[in-house]
Design a protein around this ligand. Structure first.
Ligand code: 0R9
Length: 634
């Protein structure tokens, strides 16, 4: 019996491009791409809530860690047959590209994502997808495999209430690693509950057997409270500025100045995080700047002898901006920058009068804010001279005054050159002797690098080790940063394979993430993987990265080759230059780990908790994960 029907052909034709080029639809097949599948189905549930038909969304990460169920209590996807395709709406949205929002069920607000093609893209990239719908007292079910129906839409029983449930398991032949990150999903769900106030979002994690329920009646104001507390920033005033504009574009905004030294704005377009900002953030900054300047001028509050710069106005500013627009245009390598030009003036025009009105009606708050701004301007002018001096030394133009301890390579400036940042002089010595002098430069750092979390740029640059590193990189930092001036194609952190080494790598990554984030987001930063053990079995030598790797190697059959001899390296400095070359430096034999950021907000929080000043946050973080740390290397 042939199982190849006409229906299968159209389906195959419909979704084949997605399986051939998944990257075109979900950005890639790495961790971010995998999670994109969740966001697509989640968006459909959120759309139904946004349109006022659903109030509960439940997400379950199943015990296998690689499959997900999402459900909503909305109207249920329509199951009646579509007049032209003769298929149910449900089948159409799961099997055809460009179906969904344009399906003809009236005007339907979409939260974003792939304009209704999301369901079919997820289906195409899943080994199994099951959709069930509760509608008109009936439970309907339909199942698919790699985008193709495995049977017809059928009645599976009776049902109370209405809603849609989608279960899917991503295809391991498409995604090299099908393993969801609970923290990333959890964070996204909580953000959904802030952006869509009142919606109840639950997350059941069957891997760790935990359940969270998120519901925030105050929406973004609750979110802001959480951000300010988490960052350990003291508010400069109590009352929060809020703006809620219903009409197109829908704008939700909350702002509060704090005593922190940096600006922290989180922005979203149609519920999608825009970590790299864009036109909506530009509109906010310009409207905000004008409102504050106007208020200062109108009330004659200008300080004598200091000029207020835009950055002074925004120092310590913490806020969340969420916009909803018809056709969001996302830009950049990670598609996290919004590029709708019309938004800048629309947001500027909405923010400016609203903020000015608020300042005028809350005079004591306004004065606290202006006082904070004037203080920032004075502090900036006082430290400008000192900072200029350090920045000048880290010269970003002309002849570089390279640090004395840098052993540069002759190919510096070329894409195939590499800078190894090495812990300690002795390790630096081995690396210097073992390296490829043409393409590999070595910068040894003495002892522990300073913890830069929460420090200002000027403070960071006072540190010799870090300012040497910035000089060697050549790309400047802060406002003088220019990626095109980076002197190496790769920046590789080379630290011992033990806990001290991990600590140093963490400190360096904290510095890079906070002060040179573009190096990480452009994929230039790597971690070298030096071995911790050498295992000699007969005439053969093996290298093990850690204890687990050592045990795997020792379990292999020996075929009478004698007893293994195991050497544990005390540090890189102990390793012969030739061995270091063979195991860690030689591009043909080594393994480098590229440093990637799956979720900026989760990363931000983890760094803040682990590296920040608040010891109790660090304690909580460690205690919550105590079970994961089975063996401590002390
Ligand atoms: C668990 C994830 N939820 C969904 O995927 C989901 C899609 C969806 C939906 C509608 C209602 N709930 C949903 N949940 C819907 C219903 C109706 C009209 N438009 C949308 C209606 O009852 O008239 N749909 C999203 C797209 C489609 N339905 C459609 F194209 F099939 F109509």
């Amino acid at each position: 019996m042939s199982s190849y029907t006409a229906r299968d052909i159209t389906v195959l034709e419909g979704l084949e491009p997605v399986r051939k080029r998944p990257g075109m639809y979900i950005g890639g097949v790495g961790t971010a791409g995998l999670h994109h599948l969740v966001w697509e189905i989640l968006d459909n549930a959120v759309d139904e809530a946004m349109n006022g038909f659903a109030s509960n969304i439940n997400v379950t990460l199943h015990a296998d860690g690689s499959s997900i169920t999402i459900s909503d209590d909305g109207r249920g996807i329509p199951v009646d047959r579509h007049p032209t395709t003769k298929k149910s709406a449900l089948e159409v949205i799961f099997t055809m590209l460009h179906a969904g929002g344009k399906f003809g069920h009236g005007t339907y607000k979409t939260a974003g994502g792939l304009h209704g093609v999301g369901a079919s893209v997820v289906n195409a990239l899943s080994t199994e997808l099951r959709a069930s719908v509760r509608r008109d007292g009936v439970l309907w079910e339909m199942a698919f495999r790699r985008g193709r129906p495995t049977g017809a839409l059928k009645k599976a029983g009776s049902a109370r209430g209405t809603g849609t449930t989608v279960y899917f398991h991503p295809d391991p032949t498409i995604f090299p690693k099908v393993e969801f990150e609970a923290a990333t999903i959890r964070e996204r769900l909580e953000v959904v509950s802030y952006i869509h106030k009142g919606v109840r979002v639950s997350f059941e994690n069957e891997v760790e057997r935990t359940k969270d329920v998120f519901q925030h009646e105050q929406g973004l104001s609750d979110y802001l409270k959480r951000i300010v507390t988490e960052r350990g920033a003291r508010p400069a005033h109590e009352l929060v500025f809020t703006l809620e504009r219903e009409s197109d574009p829908r704008i939700d905004l909350v702002l509060q100045w704090t005593e922190a030294t940096d600006e922290h704005i989180r922005s979203y377009a149609n519920g999608i995080p825009t970590g790299s900002g864009g036109t909506h953030e530009n509109g906010l900054r310009s409207g905000l700047g004008k409102a504050i300047r106007n208020f200062i001028e109108t009330h004659n509050l200008s300080p004598k002898g200091v000029t207020i710069a835009a950055e002074d106005i925004r120092e310590g500013l913490t806020g969340v901006l969420s916009v909803f627009i018809q056709e969001p245009q996302f830009q950049g390598q990670t598609k996290d920058r919004l590029n709708n030009p019309e938004l800048t003036s629309a947001i500027d025009a909405a923010v400016r009068p609203a903020l000015e009105h608020w300042l005028n009606h809350n005079r004591s708050v306004a004065e606290a804010i202006v006082g904070r701004i004037i203080l920032a301007a004075r502090a900036r002018e006082a430290s400008r001279a000192a900072q200029a001096e350090v920045v000048r030394k880290t010269a970003t133009s002309g002849r570089l005054n390279l640090p004395g301890k840098l052993s540069d390579c002759t190919a510096a400036g070329r894409e195939d050159s590499e800078l190894f940042v090495v812990e300690g002089d002795s390790a630096g010595g081995s690396a210097k002797q073992g390296r490829d002098r043409v393409r590999q430069a070595i910068l040894p750092l003495r002892g522990k690098v300073m913890n830069t979390e929460g420090l200002t740029l000027a403070k960071v640059l006072e540190n010799k080790e870090l300012s040497d590193l910035v000089t060697a990189l050549g790309c400047g930092m802060g406002r003088t940063f220019e990626l095109s001036k980076l002197r190496y194609g790769k920046v590789v952190i080379l630290a011992d394979a033990d806990s001290d080494g991990h600590h140093i790598a963490t400190l360096l990554l904290t510095f890079l993430y906070r002060h040179l984030p573009q190096l990480i987001t452009s994929g230039k930063v790597f971690l070298a993987q030096p071995p911790l053990y050498r295992i000699d079995i007969g005439k053969e030598t093996f290298w093990a990265l850690d204890d687990a790797h050592r045990d795997t190697l020792l379990k292999q059959p020996r075929n009478g080759r004698g007893t293994p001899e195991i050497t544990r390296f005390k540090g890189l400095g102990e390793m012969m230059p030739k061995v270091l070359w063979e195991t860690t430096l030689n591009p043909r034999t080594r393994r480098l780990l590229r440093v990637e950021i799956a979720d900026r907000i989760v990363t931000d929080r983890v760094i803040n908790e682990l590296m920040g000043k608040d010891a109790s946050a660090r304690f909580r973080f460690i205690m919550e994960r105590a079970e994961e740390a089975q063996e401590l290397d002390v």
